[in-house]
Design a protein. Sequence first.
Length: 121
Amino acid sequence: MGRTVPTFTMVIHQELQSWSKFRRGLRRDDQEAFDELFRAARLQLASSAYAARPIPFESIVMSMLLAQHRTVRNCEELIRRLGERVAVLEGDGPRRPSARTESAPAEEDVSERTEDHRLAV
């Protein structure tokens, strides 16, 4: 017996194919950003399949939005921490302990989380 419902991987691939003319019309930088958005959608395959939305593109877009929001949140956290460092250097803020705590991850931790949506296809 054959499979009657396509996998969500197949749905994303079909959706990507339906946008191929749009993608071709984009500038090179925008094509790369477009590809990154669809890679972000692939990171949420399980949740998209589990949601089983009547219009699969809704799950694809929600996955893209989730990746964008995660990136914005990580950038905001990095900006907040950099602001604290500037305040300390200027003498306006409280001194932070030199030892790293669990509530304040290292800079490289934030940058790793920021780029996690850029997985290879």
